[in-house]
Design a protein around this ligand. Structure first.
Ligand code: PBG
Length: 324
């Protein structure tokens, strides 16, 4: 007897009936770069279609995102000036703080997630405080907590620590609670790998480290058990959402984490993953719309509840135009 698997593939209607994974605009988070140094919006060459926005351009942008029913944005700031201690990162009139206040006033129903890190704000470009050529974990925790509190005071709904310092979620939870901000959630960049797929982002965010690399704090890419331990620790420390980053080369980790943990899981479809598809599509080598849908659906199928992607706007539009 032949097992006729093709029976349920014959009609589009039947295929829809038995489809196991459905991507929705409600799964998506759109990253936004706000730049204190520009007066309009500036294109990012290695990320076609993505811009660095001046505050004055932000309202239009977030209104569009909100009209596409995307539930959340992830906010990255580029400050006017950088220094050794990343002071603009926790200034109450810093670029992310000002942007957050503006966004929450313009579209209060849009969830604002703020990236909490030092690398855009330090003159050396590392994610932590540098002492004698190394990154001082515990000194950095104090700053991360300060940054998170100042973002939350400006109105951020969720703070996302991405520095990969040990104990960062706990330090931030304690800081938020002590400041009376117990309703602010934490999305931990829990399993964040030292990946070469961040290249275009570093160009966009002007955050390439001046010396060395991030391998002493971000994870070594071959490690899976360690990733699961990082996630378990973040949950223990109080993370409301955990993350695997990047997404595509780490779908195995996403899938294992899904089986192991019941905390919401985010996956970050990072800048290099965006650039690859854009470049191939520009050459006419790939059908961008079809490939993007396949990629983001695979991230959901692997177990992500939340998908952070530079494709969020185009995919939301595509899904809303679809007849299914
Ligand atoms: C900052 C940060 C990075 C990304 C998100 N937050 C860069 C890095 O760690 O060097 C990368 C995102 C992307 O590539 O899209 N810590």
């Amino acid at each position: 007897m032949i097992h006729r698997m093709r029976r349920l593939r014959r009609l589009d209607s039947t295929r829809r009936l038995v489809r196991e994974t459905r991507l929705s605009w409600s799964n998506l988070v759109y990253p936004i770069f706000v730049d204190a140094r520009v007066s309009t919006k500036e294109a990012i060459p290695s990320m076609p279609g993505i811009y660095r926005y001046a505050l004055t351009e932000l309202e239009k942008e977030v209104e569009e995102i909100s009209s596409l029913r995307i539930p959340a944005i992830l906010l990255f700031g580029l400050p006017e000036k950088k220094d050794l201690m990343a002071t603009e990162a926790y200034a109450s009139d810093g670029i992310v703080q000002r942007a957050t206040r503006l966004i929450k006033k313009t579209v209060p129903q849009l969830t604002v997630i703020s990236d909490v890190c030092l690398c855009q704000y330090t003159d050396h470009g590392h994610c932590g405080v540098v002492r004698e050529g190394t990154i001082d974990n515990d000194e950095t925790l104090k700053l991360l907590s300060k940054i998170a509190v100042s973002h939350a005071r400006a109105g951020a709904d969720i703070v996302g620590p991405s520095a990969m310092m040990d104990g960062q979620v706990k330090a931030i939870r304690n800081g938020l609670d002590a400041a009376g901000l117990s309703d602010t959630a934490i999305m931990g960049y829990s399993a964040k790998f030292a990946s070469s797929f961040y290249g275009p982002f570093r160009e966009a965010a002007d955050s390439t480290p001046l010396w060395g690399d991030r391998r002493t704090y971000q994870m070594d890419s071959p490690n899976k058990n360690e990733a699961l331990r990082e996630i378990a620790l973040d949950i223990e420390e109080g993370a409301d959402i955990v993350m695997v980053k990047p997404a595509l080369s780490y779908l195995d980790i996403l899938s294992q984490a899904r089986h192991k943990f019941d905390t919401p899981i985010a996956a970050y479809n990072v800048s290099g993953e965006y650039a690859m598809i854009k470049a191939a599509a520009e050459k006419g080598w790939l059908n961008e719309q079809a490939v993007v849908m396949e990629v983001l659906t695979s991230i959901k199928r692997a177990g992500a509840d939340v998908i952070i992607s530079y494709f969020a706007k185009t995919v939301a539009r595509q899904l809303q135009e679809a007849t299914e």
